[in-house]
Unconditional design. Structure first.
Ligand code: NCD
Ligand code: ZN
Length: 334
């Protein structure tokens, strides 16, 4: 059994900087034709200068692979001049509520107090990518944030909004309420629940923001992904941290999945008899939603077992050591 995916895209990935960037970027670039690169560096990518600098860093880290980095700016109060200068070099702007996740201290304090920015982005047709969590009780943060998504989607009907890494059944339903709402979903939120993180022995390598939720949430996400819901895209939120930042008190949030995404997705879609829907989920939906044309790249996968490595450098991937039934056999450029 084989499948060929054309120009797979990872629409939400953390590539970091320096040594970590050089270590993880090639792993994404090997299997993907492009990806949306998150801006939560320290300090964040929050100026045109830093955007151009980071683009160069990413491009040199992925070379010689064919991989288009779709860059993002870290949301703050920008002037129209800054937005106009940044627009040709990015896909959109990523909004983090202050303190909601890793390296988000410089995020927005009061989301509904930034109307000036949303109107400018709407007028300039710059997509808004959102980490949608309030500061409420951890299991309720995304559900509570739905009100803010409604506020944004209603007031700015021409602003393209992406609900990043959705984890709840409510978020899936919200997608169908507003034409201008889209979403990414990670692989891990399709296959784990909170039980896998803390229900038995605690697994730090499955700890991330937003935290995995209930079985009924996973089911709603899975149904949407397996049916290739036209407003849903793969965004892995692959977020590497060195092993000593994961296996310690105060474990950093982030699951590392970049090198195993496509084999695990093929296994998942195969198990549910939905392999014919995988192309839309890993590329076509994103191309349509963001009006992008990634470089051509064919990735062939086969139902041949592989074992997930224990480590990639100093990073432990999700499900290290587990045997899975699919693997990538080749990637070809035209
Ligand atoms: C991400 C990271 O480590 O940068 N962590 C995570 O748990 N997902 C940040 C984020 O996307 O929330
Ligand atoms: Zn992320």
């Amino acid at each position: 059994m084989k499948i060929t995916l054309n120009s797979p895209l990872d629409m939400h990935v953390h590539l970091r900087q320096d040594e970590m960037l050089r270590q993880v970027a090639p792993l994404s670039a090997e299997h993907f034709a492009g990806g949306v690169i998150m801006p939560n560096l320290v300090p964040p990518v929050n100026s045109v200068e830093r955007l151009l600098w980071y683009t160069d860093e990413v491009r040199s880290a992925v070379a010689p692979h064919t991989f288009e980095p779709y860059m993002t700016l870290f949301f703050r109060n920008y002037t129209e001049t800054e937005l106009l200068a940044a627009k040709p070099h990015m896909l959109g702007i990523k909004l983090y509520p202050a303190g909601a996740t890793t390296n988000s201290e410089a995020g927005v304090q009061e989301i509904t107090a930034m109307d000036h920015m949303y109107s400018m982005m709407q007028e300039l047709d710059i997509p808004l990518l959102v980490h949608g969590e309030t500061h409420g009780f951890v299991m309720d943060r995304e559900r509570e944030f739905c009100e803010i998504y409604r506020y944004l989607a209603e007031r700015y009907p021409r602003l393209r909004i992406t609900m990043e890494h959705i984890t709840t059944a409510e978020s899936v339903r919200l997608l169908d309420e507003f034409e201008n709402l889209h979403a990414t979903v990670t692989l891990h939120h399709l296959v784990i629940t909170l039980d896998d993180v803390v229900g038995g022995l605690m697994d730090p390598h499955l700890f991330c923001k937003p935290i995995a939720k209930r079985p009924e949430d996973r089911l709603a996400l899975l149904e949407a992904a397996l049916s290739a819901h036209p407003k849903l895209m793969l965004g892995s939120d692959s977020a590497p941290h060195p092993i000593d930042r994961k296996e310690c008190p105060g474990c950093a949030a982030g699951v590392f999945t970049a090198p195993i995404l496509l084999p695990l997705l093929a296994e998942l879609y195969d198990r549910h008899g939905a392999l014919d829907k995988l192309q839309a989920f890993v590329s076509n939906n994103a191309q349509r939603i963001y009006r992008i044309t990634p470089p051509p790249k064919s990735v062939e996968l086969e139902r041949t077992p592989m074992t997930i490595p224990q480590r990639y450098g100093n990073v432990v991937p999700m499900w290290a050591g587990k045997e899975i039934s699919w693997s990538v056999v080749s990637t070809t450029l035209p």
